[in-house]
Design a protein around this ligand. Structure first.
Ligand code: ADP
Length: 259
């Protein structure tokens, strides 16, 4: 007969309920831990440029101002720290908006090859400094994708900027476009020192840098790839990376084609 053991049934239901609650509590704990660590990371990253700028300005006020040569040098260093702070705050805002899911992708028809040429022009100073040869390879002259122009420009800028920064001096950076009927596969390739397998999964985490001091010298915020990952995901795509130590690194992702 039915309901032979109502106590057992109640017990089972209670068990399921408790298990579910336990899961919810764990998820809340995880979020709380994430929030705490994020705040600690951010405070630390903000402190560095603030302390540096503060140091230069106070040294100037304490008398260094009277020496014209020191004066200009210190002001330039303070300005550089403040520029870094500005970039960091902007990246942080972008990242937190993306993490909340607050940013709508504004899809339009974008000529991504023309965009790449523009980015090469914007980065001309850095390209010359490191004596890098840049190149585009594509089967056709026009490669149209359906994407958020501004956001994808940020993705391409971050990847190309990294390829120049962390690639080889006197090296080569190649951006290529390949066709698979529905998508364009976009790759950014350098022939630099590469990324060890133990770091490959982690470079997309915020503030993760392989050689902390060397990467910091190169002037990034440590948020570039975290932002890249979010933007590419918001286009329902995935960023992937392949790297061989001493041979170089290739980042790639797909975007929907547009006619
Ligand atoms: P950063 O502002 O430090 O450049 P990113 O998020 O853009 O931050 O990159 C994270 C780290 O990944 C960098 O600090 C660097 O150590 C490593 N990295 C990124 N791109 C490359 C590359 N093309 N070759 C080698 N290492 C790279």
């Amino acid at each position: 007969y039915r309901n032979a053991n109502p106590i057992k049934k109640l017990n089972d239901e209670l068990f399921v309920y408790v298990a579910k609650k336990e899961q919810e509590v764990n998820e809340l704990r995880r979020l709380e831990k994430f929030r705490r660590e994020f705040l600690a990371d951010v405070s630390h990253e903000l402190k560095t440029p603030i302390f540096a700028a503060q140091g230069f300005v106070h040294t100037l006020l304490d008398g260094a101002m009277n020496d014209e040569r020191v004066n200009e040098k210190f002001l330039m260093k303070a300005a550089k720290s403040l520029d870094g702070l500005d970039a960091l705050v902007k990246d942080l805002l972008t990242l937190s908006q993306m993490e909340i899911g607050d940013i709508k992708m504004n899809k339009e028809r974008v000529d991504i090859q023309a965009m790449t040429k523009e980015i090469f022009e914007q980065l001309e100073g850095k390209i010359k400094d490191r004596n890098v040869t840049v190149k585009i390879t594509a089967p056709t002259e026009k490669t149209y994708v359906s994407a958020d122009n501004q956001r994808i420009s940020q993705v391409m800028t971050n990847l190309i900027d990294n390829a120049i920064k962390y690639g080889k001096e006197d090296g080569k950076v190649v951006v290529s476009f390949e066709d698979d009927k529905k998508h364009w596969l976009i790759s950014v390739k350098d022939n630099g020192a590469g990324i060890g397998p133990e770091h490959l999964n982690r470079i997309f985490e915020r503030f993760y840098r392989i050689e902390k001091s060397r990467s910091k010298d190169k002037g990034g915020t440590g948020l570039g790839l975290a932002i890249v990952k979010h933007i590419v995901q918001a286009h329902k795509s995935k960023i992937s990376v392949m790297s061989k130590p001493d041979k170089g690194t290739t980042f790639s992702f797909k975007l929907d084609k547009a006619d």
